[in-house]
Ligand binder design. Structure first.
Ligand code: CO
Length: 375
């Protein structure tokens, strides 16, 4: 194992900072580092905090950190803000807001602005979350502005996602992005002392169903303890879900000529919900992820004919392109398959969402391209 990985796992702060930069900029060596430390991640509580600018997320975050620190917990914070000006790699606003924790070695804060590549920021965030988790942080907080698709993707990384809304800020429930409402595990009405809080709560309750709707006044530290309680309860519930023992279906990838046309069937007629829609520039593909319980359907539309999906359509026409399975230990699975002579098409690499994956050639699988993803 590389020295940097060892230092990170020992909890060395300078190594952690160096590793963060490596992952954030997706420099060579970042994937190798993540591979080295991946087995040590999975212990932290990963918390997502999302909401429109001005909702008071950072103040809320500040108070959550203070309470966790009072319990002796260590915290890692990844603040993702596509709209903030970047100053020397850090976002000025977040720096100032979370300054009170800056001298505390128990709080590691990283601010990120948007990457040039779509999906890049989600990948960097996933990598950073794994890094902080492996480095032994008890709680990893991912703070995002809940407006774009990449934020929805980022929130998906969290075990518990908190959506922060405020009365009278155009936070009309009708106007909120469906994706954002769906990913929330806990709704927080912040600045609940403002007029309109009751009306907002009334609108939220039917949407929230049995998910908690809490009220906070973050500037005064009100309601934070209840919020922490709710997020722990939420995570316990998640832990009661049956654990994945063997491989499970993650998604089915279907190549289509036109997303809009395919969605006419899957969304409008069949009633599936689009959980995520994005363009993956490197793969020259437009993707729509359809929610379907745990496994999903991934519709793939080429952005140009000269691409993997474009060539597939040319040769085979529309249809099932790949099956993706989540496996508990990807590297072990790859070793096993290689030994048995299977054709692995790539070295394990991190995809959107940061999970490592490989493709297995159809010649080894009975004729269908197989994607294996680290669970
Ligand atoms: Co796929």
């Amino acid at each position: 194992m590389a020295e940097l990985a060892e230092d990170v796992l020992r909890g060395d702060l300078r190594a952690l900072a160096r590793a963060s930069t490596l992952i954030e900029n997706q420099e060579p060596g970042a994937d190798g580092l993540l591979r080295d430390i991946a087995a040590h991640a999975g212990r932290a509580l990963v918390l997502g905090i999302t909401g429109a600018p001005g909702a008071g997320k950072s103040t809320l975050c500040d108070h959550i950190i203070s309470l966790l620190r009072a319990e002796g917990k260590t915290v890692g914070v990844i603040a993702v803000d596509p709209s903030s000006p970047v100053t020397g790699g850090a976002i000025l606003g977040d720096r100032i807001r979370m300054q009170q924790h800056h001298a505390d070695p128990g709080v590691f804060i990283r601010s990120m602005a948007t990457r040039g590549i779509p999906g890049g920021i989600a990948r960097a965030t996933a990598g950073l979350a794994t890094l902080l988790d492996a480095a032994g942080r008890d709680v990893v907080i991912i703070e995002t502005v809940g407006v774009g698709q990449s934020e929805v993707e980022i929130a998906r990384l969290a075990q518990v996602t908190i959506l922060v809304v405020v009365p009278g800020f155009g936070d009309d429930v009708q106007a909120m992005k469906a994706g954002v409402l769906e990913i929330a595990d806990i709704f927080v009405i912040n600045k609940a002392d403002l007029p309109g809080a009751d009306k907002l709560a009334q609108e939220l309750h039917p949407v929230a169903g049995d998910r908690p709707v809490l009220r906070t006044v973050a500037s005064e530290g009100q309601g934070i303890a209840d919020l922490i309680e709710a997020m722990r309860a939420c995570r316990r519930e998640a832990h009661l879900q049956p654990a994945a023992v063997g491989p499970r279906i993650d998604h089915l990838g279907i190549a289509v000529r036109s997303l809009d046309h395919a969605l006419e069937f899957y969304q409008a007629q069949l009633g599936l919900r689009v959980a995520l829609r994005e363009t993956v520039a490197q793969e020259k593909v437009n993707v729509a992820m359809l929610a379907l319980g745990d496994p999903r359907i991934e519709l793939l539309e080429p952005t140009e004919p000269d691409s993997v999906i474009g060539r597939f359509l040319e040769k085979r026409g529309e249809g099932l392109h790949h099956i993706a399975l989540k496996v508990p230990d990807l590297l072990a699975a790859v070793d096993r398959l290689r030994l048995a002579g299977a054709r692995i098409l790539n070295e394990p690499r991190a995809g959107a969402g940061g999970h490592l994956y490989v493709f297995v050639h159809p010649a080894s699988t009975g004729g269908v391209l197989l994607e294996l993803i680290q669970a």
